[in-house]
Design a protein. Structure first.
Length: 312
């Protein structure tokens, strides 16, 4: 394959145009699958692009020459296809844009467990404690409720601490300044919207009910979601800036080890070698930067006693 062009639209938005010879297409056609000739050609193009000696080599040389850190998978588009001449295609992707990093240590975040409904305590007792416990005298019943409440609170404290860690890292987004590619920001917004919709479905709450409880209009909700998604995106990009500044980027050997332990359920499907390698490096770099920030920031402890409410 031959690289034709590498060019940048807005800062951080890149496009690679490349072409493959008829011989490369013919080799891929030998393994292509599909019921029709068109299907087999489409499969052959994909196989040629994703082969270890295909687009991966072009990608590596292009991003290294331009000094880019890709932060998304490339999106391929076929531009021309002819069995006698090969094919021409393009790949658009986003790389780490020029951003300014401010403070990234000394953040403070409180651990705030959710209040416990009294009904939740009673349900826990009924489901996990036998008739002997429930038939105890008043002092025994009170002791059981205190113990169950403490167990529920301990679990909620663990959940709240994990949430607090995520919130603390999101604070980094406020320290990352500079323009973001509009399409990348849009991708982040729609991903955040999808997570929100799935959360509502899991709780059995419809959107109108949610707005009513929050006292928001649709426009206010969208503005808040846009702001939250951009803050999270800036935080994720900021972690890579921290990793670069603090020398936390993984070595080749560490990336090799991560690739050997690749789990498609957690890491996603493999694409092509250079992209898989980049994704493994990004994951390690972000995790190390997260650990660095958390170790130099403060989580305020939860209250010593839970808040128990009648309704919630």
């Amino acid at each position: 394959m031959i690289l034709e062009h590498l060019y940048q639209g807005e800062p951080g938005a890149w496009k690679i145009t490349f072409r493959a010879s008829a011989q490369e297409l013919a080799r891929a056609l030998q393994e292509a699958e599909g019921q029709t000739e068109q299907d087999r050609l489409a499969d052959a193009v994909n196989r040629a692009i994703l082969a270890p000696d295909g687009f991966s080599t072009i990608w590596t040389k292009a991003v290294e020459k331009a000094g880019l850190t890709p932060v998304t998978d490339p999106d391929f588009s076929l531009q021309a296809l002819n069995k006698d001449e090969g094919f021409r295609a393009s790949a658009t992707f986003f790389a780490l844009p020029p951003l300014e990093l401010g403070r990234y240590t000394g953040f403070v975040q409180a651990v705030e467990p959710r209040p416990i409904r009294r009904l939740t305590i009673e349900l826990e007792i009924n489901q996990h404690h036998g008739p002997e416990d429930r038939a105890a005298d008043e002092a025994g019943k009170a002791a059981l409720r205190r113990r169950v409440t403490a167990e529920i609170y301990q679990k909620r404290c663990r959940q709240a601490e994990e949430l607090a860690r995520r919130k603390l890292l999101v604070q980094l987004g406020d320290q990352v300044k500079g323009a973001l590619p509009k399409k990348l920001a849009g991708i982040s917004y729609f991903a955040e919207q999808r997570r929100f919709n799935l959360s509502l479905q899991a709780q059995g709450v419809n959107f109108d009910q949610y707005l009513q409880v929050r006292g928001q209009t649709v426009e206010q909700f969208r503005a808040e979601l846009h702001a939250d998604s951009e803050r999270k995106l800036r935080s994720q990009l900021g972690l890579l800036l921290v990793a670069r500044r603090e020398g936390l980027w993984p070595t080749d050997a560490e990336i090799d080890a991560a690739l050997a332990a690749w789990d498609e359920k957690k890491d996603g499907e493999r694409t092509f070698p250079a992209n898989d390698r980049n994704k493994a490096a990004l994951k390690l770099a972000r995790q190390r930067a997260s650990d660095f920030i958390l170790a130099r920031s403060t989580l305020l402890p939860p209250p010593a006693e839970p808040t128990v409410v009648e309704t919630l």
